[in-house]
Design a protein around this ligand. Sequence first.
Ligand code: APR
Length: 394
Amino acid sequence: MTRTQVGIVGAGPAGLVLAHLLAQAGVESVVLERQSRAYIEKRVRAGLLEHGTVRLLKERGLGERMLERSLAHHGTELRFDGQRHRIPYSDLYGGREMRVYAQQELVADLVRLRLAAGGEIVFEAENVELEGIDSEAPLIRYRRGGEAAELRCDFIAGCDGFHGVSRPSIPEGVLTIYNDRLPFGWVGILAAVPPSTTEIIYALHERGFAGHMLRTADVSRFYLQCDPDDDIANWPDDRIWYELRTRLATNDGWTLGEGPIIEKNITEMRSFLVSPMRHGRLYLAGDAAHIVPPTGAKGMNLAIHDAGVLAGAVASWYAGEGDGLLAGYSDTCLRRAWRVQEFSSWMSWMLHRLPEDTPNRAYREQLQRARLEYVTSSPAAGASFAENYVGIEF
Ligand code: APR
């Protein structure tokens, strides 16, 4: 049996940032991760860091490589009717900038720094089970290399994503679950081709949404709206490039660079949130507690925000300041999580072709258009978009 102060389940952005911030506050933790180190350092996910995320990583000494290898971004482009509309979000939100940096790169940095600082991350921890989360000394049982192991802790942080074991360990009836499945899916691809843009592009075309995201100087990420139940086998490379060319086309002759597709998959668009984000001594953070549709690229940022709040609350408890911050953890995080839910949903509905069976579809399409015109032409609407996109500070 090992003992630690905080047992952290999951080495994603939430779990790893939490482990770092706790260590900096003098609180011990052990991270248990189901996958191997190589696997989590290769897993392709999000890649857009909000202003507040960059600041936190920088201030805590976790962002050196990210700052070296990422570019600052100051605007984004919305395309519809073949027209390009730039939203200069930095100018509209007090000069704050965003950064493009792949999630798996950040995960690799956080792992390397944590191990270098003597932190413990158990990779390939199997069959994790949580016990006694209602008690003052919860226990995590797991298997490592076929051997049974136990970790006794004061607190458990459930940072194990949407499909993890933490949330389902909370007794039935405790959590209120909010759920919405959007009628859109995304074909996501990574292509070995330099980007054809310097800023992220979101396009609405009559054939559906298309997004041109950024990764590195040689690799680009693209998304195409598809049916959420579609199969990736229906999307040969030629079809993907045809749809990207068509949906991203502009009236001013912009061209799309094409290259080999390295990876492709289909993502569904889901909104999900549980309240409260805790039970007993178990605290949920990140995707374990909430999922937003990927349109606003908020998932990783929200996960890191939760980790920051949780680390502060736990550190305050160990500093003898009582459990005020722990008691407020869920409300503090949910306030931001709901703001992000609303923004991600609003942005998703603005940018996707509505399914044929949408009630009053023609009317709703006109609302969509009115929204797009407003956000791209009114400085007030642009500023509202900007503060949410860059990461609202409240
Ligand atoms: N036991 C141990 N580890 C687990 C278990 C389990 N039963 N289940 C899942 N995990 C691990 C996963 O392998 C993963 O490494 O927990 C980690 C959870 O990480 P993420 O899914 O990245 O979640 P989070 O840290 O909340 O970050 C949210 O991830 O899904 C993306 O786009 C989303 O960017 C967002 C970010």
